[in-house]
Design a protein around this ligand. Structure first.
Ligand SMILES: [Zn+2]
Length: 259
């Protein structure tokens, strides 16, 4: 079969719709690829952030040693992220949750766009850039507060409570992921997972589809490039996340009768 690289394959969309409609407990797992159409560059893709910057700058060691330089880099990066809006794929995921087709979203993204699109049950494995946290006392602040401190010259921004240094509430390289036990539990009770926009190369996050597969569940992957876990997939849809999700949502609505 010849597959066009950028056109969604209708048969694959149908297969994916059948799996999700018949699933007892389906979840969605997302990565940077779902947000690229919102203008957020991914990290590892051809235009990825790590082609321009040394990933070391996003490590906890770098942060602790150079909090000022870290925040100058992060502040710049946030200017793109804070104006980003959800795209068709985020809205389709939210719609599938509202319809009861999927039960939860596990994301590697820190941009908060799933919640803006209306998703409710979201596990953010890598934290969120919508918040900052004091590394001394753990108090959290809306990111806007940290930005205001930076823009008024306090770099790094400091905690009002204890004077400790604030850190974005995201998981930096060298830090453990958040809520992994909760995510694993969800994966182990799921009989289908829809992966959208992840190369499935970052662990432990990439264990999520593996857990579903190991429990006998089905794995659907929507991603432009091949992923490290294509070999466990039941369906692979190789096209843009927005296009694929729009078609999938339409197919599920038609087939299931749920509006
Ligand atoms: Zn503090």
């Amino acid at each position: 079969m010849i597959m066009s690289e950028h056109q969604c394959n209708t048969e694959d969309i149908k297969k994916a719709a059948d799996i999700l409609i018949n699933a007892r407990h389906a979840i969605v797992f997302t990565g940077a690829g779902i947000s690229t159409e919102s203008g957020i560059p991914d990290f590892r893709g051809p235009q990825g952030l790590w082609k321009q910057y040394n990933p070391e700058i996003a490590s906890i060691d770098y942060f602790l040693q150079n909090p000022k330089d870290f925040w100058l880099f992060y502040r710049m990066r946030m200017s793109t992220l804070f104006v980003a809006k959800p795209n068709t794929a985020h809205y389709a995921v939210a719609e599938l949750e509202r319809m009861g087709i999927i039960k939860a979203i596990i994301t590697q993204n820190v941009d908060g766009l799933h919640q803006v699109a209306g998703s409710r049950n979201v596990i953010e494995l890598h934290g969120t850039m919508k918040r900052a946290v004091c590394i001394a006392c753990g108090r959290t602040y809306p990111m806007e507060v940290a930005i205001r401190k930076i823009d008024s010259g306090q770099i790094p921004p400091l905690c009002d409570e204890c004077g400790g240094i604030l850190k974005p509430d995201t998981v930096l390289f060298g830090e453990p992921v958040k809520d992994f036990d909760k995510a694993r539990e969800l994966a182990l009770m799921s009989d289908a997972v829809l992966v959208v926009g992840s190369s499935l190369s970052v662990y432990p996050a990439a264990y999520i589809p593996i857990f579903v597969k190991e429990m006998g569940g089905k794995v659907i992957i929507i991603n432009m490039e091949s992923t490290d876990l294509d070999y466990i997939a039941d369906v692979i849809i190789r096209c843009k996340a927005g296009d694929a999700m729009a078609l999938l949502l339409k197919e599920i609505k038609e087939k299931s009768g749920i509006q």
